[in-house]
Design a protein around this ligand. Structure first.
Ligand SMILES: [Zn+2]
Length: 247
C-alpha cells in the first residue's frame, strides 16, 4: 500500500484579487484519511478538481468572511445540490461567514453541514487534528494548525502583527504565512503582515519551511523572499498555485 505523506497543495495564493491566470487563497490539505479544502477563494474550485473531486472532499475550512477567502462556496453549493449529489460536506467557518453564506445558499443543509468555529476550537477530520486561533484582523478570523502524527502545518490566514502565532504551538513543520506587503508599509497600521513580519512569525514557531502567500497585486516575489530571509533562518518559498509541500 502506498503511503501518502501529509501535504498541502496551493490552489490559489493571490491577495485580495487574482493575478492574471491566478486564483485567490485556497489550499488542499491531504493525508491518508482526509482531504480538506482550506479557504475557498474565487478561482480555487477549478484547481481543486485537478487533485480531488468534490465528492472526495472530507471538509471545507473557511478562515474568515472576506470575499477572497470563501466566495467559491456558493458555487460549490450549486454543484453539490444539482450535479454531484454527494452527502452534505462538513464546513468549519466563523459565524460571520455563515451569516453571509446563508443569504446565497438558502437550502444550506442540502449541500453543507456547517460547524461554527471560534478561538480555541478543535476538530478531528480523519487523521488530521485541527485547531484554530483568532488572529488580528478586521473581522473574526481563524488561523489554523493541523497535526497528522508527528507532522504539523500552520496557516496564519489573514492577520496583523499583534496576533501571537505561538498560540498554535512553539514548533511546526510547515508554516504558510500571509505576506501582503513590504516592510516600508508597516507603519500604516494595516492588519496584514509584511514579508519581514511573516519571517518573524516563521522564526517564532521554528518552522522547518516557511511559505509566503497572499502577496498583494503587483508585489515582487523576490523582494518578499529577501525581506523574510533577513529574519527567518530556514528555507523560504513564495507560493505558486500548483505547488505541493510535504509536511
Ligand atoms: Zn481578510
Amino acid at each position: 500500500m502506498s503511503v501518502t505523506p501529509p501535504n498541502v497543495t496551493v490552489l490559489g495564493c493571490s491577495g485580495s484579487y487574482a493575478k492574471p491566470g491566478g486564483a485567490c487563497t485556497g489550499f488542499l490539505v491531504q493525508s491518508q484519511q482526509a482531504s480538506v479544502w482550506l479557504d475557498a477563494g474565487p478561482g480555487t474550485l477549478g484547481n481543486l478538481q485537478k487533485h480531488v473531486g468534490l465528492e472526495e472532499v472530507s471538509a471545507i475550512v473557511l478562515t474568515h468572511e472576506h470575499a477572497d477567502h470563501w466566495l467559491e462556496l456558493p458555487v460549490v453549493y450549486n454543484a453539490v445540490r444539482h450535479y454531484i449529489k454527494c452527502d452534505p460536506i462538513p464546513v468549519y467557518g466563523t459565524r460571520g461567514t455563515l451569516e453571509l453564506a446563508q443569504q446565497m445558499c438558502p437550502a444550506m443543509e442540502e449541500s453543507f453541514l456547517w460547524n461554527i468555529i471560534t478561538d480555541g476550537s478543535q476538530e478531528s477530520i480523519g487523521d488530521q487534528q485541527w485547531k484554530w486561533s483568532q488572529t488580528d484582523h478586521y473581522v473574526e478570523t481563524m488561523a489554523s494548525r493541523v497535526d497528522v502524527g508527528d507532522s504539523s502545518f500552520l496557516f496564519t490566514a489573514d492577520t496583523g502583527p499583534e496576533w501571537d502565532i505561538s498560540q498554535l504551538g512553539e514548533t511546526v513543520s510547515l508554516a504558510i504565512s500571509e505576506s501582503t506587503f513590504l516592510s516600508h508599509r508597516e507603519r500604516e497600521g494595516i492588519l496584514h503582515l509584511s514579508a519581514r513580519q511573516a519571517g518573524e512569525f516563521g522564526q517564532r514557531v521554528n518552522a522547518d519551511h516557511l511559505v509566503l502567500s497572499h502577496l498583494a497585486p503587483g508585489e515582487s516575489e523576490d523582494d518578499h523572499a529577501l525581506q523574510a530571509s533577513q529574519v527567518f533562518d530556514g528555507p523560504i518559498t513564495v507560493a505558486t498555485a500548483g505547488d505541493q509541500y510535504i509536511f
